[in-house]
Design a protein around this ligand. Structure first.
Ligand code: PMP
Length: 436
């Protein structure tokens, strides 16, 4: 039988928090429906069990002589190898452990050769849009089809001056769930001597991400969106720019040799391997958990996970289609390939009030706001979508008249009932109206 799933077949994978009960404003309580996987997915029970089995044995990494230090060092490096396999790394590629996708992309930004020109679509998450300070950045207009994305990139690269170039693109949108034509964009980049980094924060939990197959140069992702706990992420890919630059962080672990010079200064020789950008004591448990998640997902099989998700997505879309006041946000149109992420607005409802009503009256956890993708929300909702939905800020009192959206996102641990409850709730709330 399937070693990952207790339910087997088409059921959800066991995740933490699946039995949490929450009170309802209307009285009574209900099992919490976590529909905010795109922000952070619940950890797979299997990942938690793996971490619990290792936890009593963990020790210092890379430096200790004791048994547990050696075991931890071995498990840390095995975790790196497991992630490399999961991501289809090529000979010579490096897997650097980071804190998360934001950290991975800032690390890459710190190693770009002098004069690198960066190309990024305005539709990106701020983590992909903003780390390139200090470099020339070409912001590309939002495309309305995947083909247009390739054509837009191609003509921008064609018009660019000679010199190193980097394209940063997301694999699946954290707002619309739409899948981007990564392989075609990577090929276009390479045709023009550019390199491509894939922001796979939203793609990797739902579809296989294989550097060889996608022909991407680097990939960045976050453990906490990949069914592992918080605190660990990855930047994986080509070694040359990584070893050709100063370390991202300076300190112990990254330095091979430090000597005091006769003139009183110090000379430092930095490591050339992954240690170069992993200064300080590494997050061994985080790396171990991330690797455990990679193994669990591979064993469950993306074909099965994606098929299940598509079925839930079809159910969600059909349910929302019956709500005349609801509008689903989309860049590429109804036929686009999508992961289990969908944003919508309901006429007559402020999105933050709608999200609060879903929580208070139905025990459903969704997200509302501009999802750290302000320019994209302006494209999807119209120019007057203001940026008052501060990215990452605590949700304060509802904002009068703000143009933002509600996002539903789900994955491997989501039972059908959560999606059905959401649909029933939106149908009832839309009929009732905000002031009903
Ligand atoms: N890229 C995308 C597409 C995302 O959805 C997110 C998280 N919402 C990030 C990057 C940033 O990930 P993290 O917060 O884990 O650094």
């Amino acid at each position: 039988s399937d070693p990952v799933s207790c339910t087997g077949g088409d059921g959800p994978l066991p995740v933490l928090g699946r039995d949490v009960r929450v009170p309802l404003a209307t009285g009574g309580e209900v099992t919490y429906a976590a529909l905010d996987y795109a922000a952070s997915a619940p950890a797979l029970q299997r990942v938690w069990d793996d971490v619990a089995a290792y936890a009593p044995y963990y020790g210092s990494v890379h430096r200790g002589a004791g048994h547990l230090s050696q075991l931890s060092t071995e498990l840390f490096e095995q975790s790196r190898a497991a992630v490399a396999e999961f991501l289809g790394c090529r000979e010579g590629d490096q897997v650097v452990f980071t804190r998360a996708t934001t950290d991975s992309l800032n690390l890459l930004a710190s190693v770009l050769p002098r004069g690198t020109r960066v190309f990024v679509f305005e539709t990106e998450h701020h983590a992909s849009l903003l780390p390139w300070r200090g470099h020339e950045v070409t912001y590309l207009d939002a495309p309305r089809t995947p083909q247009q994305a390739v054509a837009t990139l191609e003509s921008a690269l064609h018009a660019a001056p000679r010199g190193p170039k980097l394209v940063c693109v997301t694999g699946a949108s954290n707002v619309t769930g739409e899948i981007w034509p990564v392989r075609e964009l990577a090929r276009a980049a390479h045709r023009h001597g550019a390199r491509l980094v894939l922001d796979a924060a939203q793609l990797a939990p739902h579809r296989p991400v294989d550097l060889r197959e996608l022909d991407a140069d680097w990939v960045a992702l976050s453990g906490h969106k990949l069914y592992a706990p918080f605190g660990a992420g990855v930047l994986a890919g080509r070694a040359d720019w990584l070893t050709g630059a100063e370390p991202y962080l300076a300190g112990g672990g990254a330095s091979r040799r430090v000597v005091r010079r006769p003139d009183g200064g110090v000379d430092v020789e930095w490591h050339t391997g992954t240690a170069r950008h992993e200064a300080g004591s590494p997050n061994v448990i985080g790396a171990y958990a991330l690797a455990a998640a990679c193994r669990a997902l591979s064993e469950a099989g993306f074909a099965r996970l994606a098929a299940r998700e598509e079925r839930l997505l079809a159910r969600l879309r059909a349910g929302l289609a019956e709500v005349p006041q609801a509008r689903v946000l989309s860049l590429f149109g109804a036929d686009a390939d999508r992961v289990g992420v969908l944003s919508f607005v309901v006429e007559g409802w402020d999105s933050s009030r709608l999200a609060a009503a879903l929580a208070d009256s139905y025990g459903i956890g969704v997200r509302d706001g501009l999802f750290c993708a302000h320019p994209l929300l302006r494209v999807l909702l119209g120019a007057d979508a203001d940026a008052s939905g501060e990215c990452g800020a605590p949700q304060d009192a509802p904002r009068e008249g703000a143009l933002d959206a509600v996002r539903v996102s789900f994955g491997a641990g989501t039972p059908d009932e959560h999606v059905d409850r959401l649909v029933t709730a939106v149908q009832a709330l839309a009929r009732r109206g905000e002031r009903g």
